[in-house]
Design a protein around this ligand. Sequence first.
Ligand code: SF4
Length: 545
Amino acid sequence: MRFSKSNDVLGTTNRGNPAESSLCTLCRADCQGKCETWLSSLVGRKLLYPRDFGIVTAGANNTTHVGVSYNSLRIQGYAYGAHGLPNGLSNDPDDCIFPNVDLTTEFGQEVKTKARIPLMTGALGSTFVAAKYWDSFAIGGSLVGIPVVIGENVVGVDRESQISHGKITVSPELDRRIDTYLRYHDGYGAIIVQMNVEDTRNGVAEYVSEKYGDKVIIELKWGQGAKDIGGEIQVTSLDYALFLKKRGYVVDPNPEIPEVQEAFKHGAIRSFARHSRLGGTNLSSVDVVREEFMKSVDYLRSLGFKRISLKTGSYGMEELAMAIKFATDAKLDLLTIDGSGGGTGMSPWNMMQSWGVPSINLHAKAYEYAAILAAKGERVVDLSFAGGFALEDSIFKAIALGAPYTKLVCMGRAIMIPGFVGANIEGALNPDRREKVSGNWDKLPKTVASIGTTPEEIFASYFDVEKKVGKDEMKNIPYGAIAFWTLADKLACGLQQLMAGARKFALNQITRQDIFSANRETEKETGITFMTDYNDESAKKILNS
Ligand code: SF4
């Protein structure tokens, strides 16, 4: 493992066991710290560097050159040259500094969607952490200028939503999610609304197109990395379980059965799991899937959607090829490919551990398949890679692995941490707001108090946010959104540094040659050259010249 529980260099410690992403396998909304992502949400870009400058030296201990994972890819650096300098800048060293690296990206076919950094959130749907901390995620993402995705089932689980004759007429929670993002939207980023089987049945697309038109990107969902069945949530009220059952969900155990109700009354059953349905069960072949998919896209276009995306999970190669080919043929705007085993909600644990194709293998094949289409002259759909990303080096590696097709990297769990920690701080400092922001603390823990005791002291990017929205508006900005900005600033700055080292001053200049494999197996699986083979010929020419 690249990540051990504590990192002496950064002064960070995971609360639980670190996964491939660096985050704990179980991340808690009430966590008092302090992994790298948690602390970056407060101190921002300061965390790019070892602590205690002036009295320390530091050395890398990443010896994970065994196995195949994103951690077995390394990033190039060059001793000369500079590529893709923004207009107005020359290759003079005074211009070629890392803050001048341009991180803006765009995706889409006819209508281009821009983003300030090549990042988007994972789909945050009916899982309760998404609803509770939504303001932080949506306002944070909107201020930073990146796409934010509303996941599946938001309408179906909302007790206030009204569905008549199978179609939504009122949906306060979906409205809140969209409106919160749009309030600060300034042309960068986008709000994406995802649909699964139940959402399609409930008429989410019709509702959204009528109310929001093409302000929203609509997303068809095939799957995700965390599990190969539909989304799940856990509810602890019999009443709510019955409501979900009546809404047409699969609820387990069935709350309508008298014995189950009795067991719930006695405490033998304490919760119910709400499941979504599998998609495409009635489709028998690739051709039929294609036909149905094209019909769905045509239908969404007929509703007025100008931008449509697809999210697929860590299925095998046939589904991956279908996703890339169908999305390309249908001229979709974005395809998110989510590898195992990232997850944000309630996925069965051993399913998360063992199903599907891990991110690096899936993404390597996605590149290969995209290249096959490109070689035939097709304009390949823009790609976003997801599944276990939390740090700036992961963003670089994912964009390089899928270059030139990858325009974005999708982060799920990592980008939620600032929402949690910001809300906890807001609740601790403002008890009257604690419930509203879902804060879990009644006072600041030492890990935060050692940084500061006011938001101005705690969040390194507080004044950047204030500059953007104005002093008066700050009262409407949740601390979680300020933390979101602070983490995004650290990721952006770290990415700029890695790109400057690779002499790439624009994202579209990053190529697959900007990373190398740290072991032979990774080379074999990804097609990325082994580290000492890359430029070896050119090195020998130099020696023999
Ligand atoms: S924020 Fe989450 S990932 Fe980070 S230390 Fe806490 S529990 Fe672990």
